[in-house]
Design a protein around this ligand. Structure first.
Ligand code: UGA
Length: 338
């Protein structure tokens, strides 16, 4: 099988390349702006890499879609602070650039595995989000945060319609707060410049206090990257068409914790297992901050976000295996042990 992976050097792409190269004989043709996570594969005949920007390398992408069997367009801005700070870039990259790729898949009749997001459910009041039943609830236009959610939502709708009316072969997957080694750069000093876990690790490393937006009572289901990759491998393999024309929530409903609990657990882990940073961690304070002063007026939050994963269990035979203690420990080993 020949896979075209755009954004192969990202968090999901890098881990997916590791799994494909280790466990299969599949060929990967990949593009990204850089290749620091992929160095070991650059001379492997099963891995072809091109440095490039998907908004510019249109002809290369066209020929690759034509040549490959499965297309994984993983390029997207996925940090909430940027949805508010640079919504136009989010629209241009996440929506417009990916739309071109989706249309190429339709044109060349290629299977697409597309990253939707838990964000599409927005402020849905359901206790568990159901891929086929839950309403997708976003806020007013003056809340730019929703540009990411609605861009992804419209692409989900389009892919579904292309599938139903034009025969596009597709699978949509919705990651719920995937985390693990190589998530974001913890040395990025911009507040809100990365996702919450890496933001907090960076705060601790820099000896800063941790900001709990609106008190940190909002909850997330943190899902370890290996579990996410396991689900993706099953979608790519697509045994007996188990993933065809389906949408899958890929998240860990058992690890539903508040952001305050996340901060507390993280500090406890560091104090207990990483003595080099224990003193620093003991001095960190948890400080409540107002969402609009932290992110700006265009922000609105999600208070509860729990995936229903019955479909992933039934069709993919998948269930998350890694609990938060193990996943956090592995993540901290990566960031703090070097
Ligand atoms: C994320 C991002 O939109 C995407 O990465 C992705 O599509 C999706 O969730 C997902 O992975 O499921 P969110 O969970 O809101 O959205 O993003 P985080 O930046 O990880 O923030 C989680 C929570 O922590 C938010 O409520 C945020 O306000 C809070 N937070 C963040 C703090 O309390 N303090 C901080 O310093 C940073």
């Amino acid at each position: 099988m020949k896979i075209l992976m755009l954004g192969a050097n990202g968090f999901i792409g890098g881990h997916l390349c590791d799994a494909i190269m280790a466990k299969t004989d599949w060929q990967i043709n990949a593009m990204d702006l850089s290749h620091d996570k992929l160095q070991v594969y650059l001379n492997d005949p099963r891995f072809r890499f091109k440095i490039g920007d998907i908004t510019e390398e249109k002809e290369w992408i066209r020929t690759q879609v034509e040549m490959c069997d499965v297309i994984l367009p993983l390029v997207a801005i996925a940090t909430p602070a940027l949805y508010v700070q640079d919504p136009l870039r989010v629209f241009e990259l996440d929506f417009e650039a990916n739309l071109t790729i989706i249309r190429l898949c339709v044109h060349y009749n290629k299977r697409i595995i597309f990253p939707s997001t838990s964000e599409v459910y927005g402020m849905c009041p359901d206790n568990e989000f159901d891929e086929e039943e839950s309403y997708l609830v976003t806020g007013p236009i003056n809340k730019e945060r929703w540009i990411y959610s609605t861009s992804k939502q419209l692409l989900d709708r389009l892919i579904y319609v292309y599938g139903k009316h034009k025969g596009l072969a597709y699978t949509l997957f919705r990651p719920f707060n995937w985390y693990g080694p190589r998530l974001d750069n913890v040395f990025n000093p911009k507040p809100g410049g990365s996702r919450v876990l890496t933001q907090f690790i960076g705060n601790i490393l820099r000896g800063e206090n941790i900001n709990l937006v609106n008190g940190g009572l909002q909850q997330r289901c943190f899902t370890y990257i290996d579990d996410g990759i396991d689900a993706l491998m099953r979608m790519i393999e697509n045994k007996n068409n188990c993933a065809s024309s389906r949408i899958f929530n890929i998240g860990n409903p058992l690890e539903n914790i508040s952001i305050r609990q996340l901060a507390e657990t993280l500090l406890q882990h560091i104090i207990q297992y990483f003595p080099r940073y224990a003193l620093q961690a003991k001095q960190v304070q948890l400080v409540d901050v107002d969402a609009s002063s932290y992110y700006g007026d265009g922000y609105q939050d999600v208070t509860l976000r729990v995936p229903m994963i019955l479909r992933a269990k039934e069709y993919l035979g998948w269930a998350p295996q890694v609990d938060m203690n193990v996943g956090l420990r592995k993540t901290l080993d990566f960031y703090l042990s070097s």
